[in-house]
Design a protein around this ligand. Sequence first.
Ligand SMILES: *Cc1c(COP(=O)(O)O)cnc(C)c1O
Length: 387
Amino acid sequence: MPTTSANISDAYAGAILTIDLDAVIANFRLLSARLSGASMSAVVKADGYGLGAGPVAVALAGAGCGVFYVAHIEEGIVLRQALNDTGNSQFIKAEIHILGGLMANAENAYDASRLIPVLGSLDEIHNWKSYCHRLAQPLPCDIHVDTGMARLGLAANEVEKLVAEPSRLDGLNILTVLSHLACADEPNHPMNVEQLDAFRELRRRFPQGMASFANSSGIFLGPDYHFDQVRPGAALFGVAPVPGSLNPMSQVVKLQGKIAQVRAVDTPQTVGYGASHRVESPGRIATVMVGYADGFLRSLSNKGTGYIGNIPVPVVGRVSMDLITFDVTGVPEYLCPVGAMIDLIGPNNPVDQVAADAGTIGYEILTSLGHRYHRAYVGGALRSGET
Ligand SMILES: *Cc1c(COP(=O)(O)O)cnc(C)c1O
């Protein structure tokens, strides 16, 4: 795991990131319960949305998840190792699919770690087919078809070619035909139905394997969108799948920053770089050992809110590389001594709230979480402190 602080006791940590694997499992089950017939997978790209692909996938495997998606081949190799290291035969058998597709000349590497490429172009299809042919082994693969992202996947004209020359798919062991929604987080967006129609039409022409369409938000568009397999990521990690509605997911992340100093201010003065905040009347400023280098985004300058227990404390001044400053004037002194913790992400300020304050989405808050935090995993198969 890319965790630099793993050996440092939380007594010395400037900040503690607690990842609740039981909450991840509860979210997996909640999503699963919305399906009738479709199967679950879990997207754990970008190191499990910043939370540690290994621990998260092992916890999910323990809850019965046998299909994982990552973006990069390197992520797949690392995840395969993490699952192998458990020694659990069920976990070792899990499928790992590579959304990024088939990298040129890397067929061996996929094969060696039993990674399943999500083939997204005629060239990729050709290359995988040739590799399988050489080995005389129909290794599994997926086909990604673009229905509205113009990003990865076969474009419409490439689909036409495949239909015209079906022999291009001969000998391929296609597990999944998948596509990805562009606007699933906006339930009323007309694009959702357009993509649904396009994907249904595509399935009429390519009925091979399973059909997989919905990401987290797509699951909440209803059963029409579920097909054979869903591919949630963010919702597993607590991000609201339907922005603006009550979030049914359990919060997975708690981030606490430690107060390094508390400063009494009794004459007007400014706080931090750029002197962007001015204290006019007597008050107290608490400095916490977290900064934008840790993924506490600089756009939270003068915008973010921390909590001491249930008492909100505003971020004042600019977020700097290693430090943030809070106005704790309204908090009794005994509640915010040096060494006390301020919740930066927690029950009062969940990921989506922090994202809104920063002008971004929960996905970016999670995947920005830094590597200087002391990471503590609770629940799941791992005990606190193991990484
Ligand atoms: C990231 C991704 C997902 C998961 O999306 P969430 O919105 O995090 O649920 C599913 N499918 C593809 C192709 C992706 O790139």
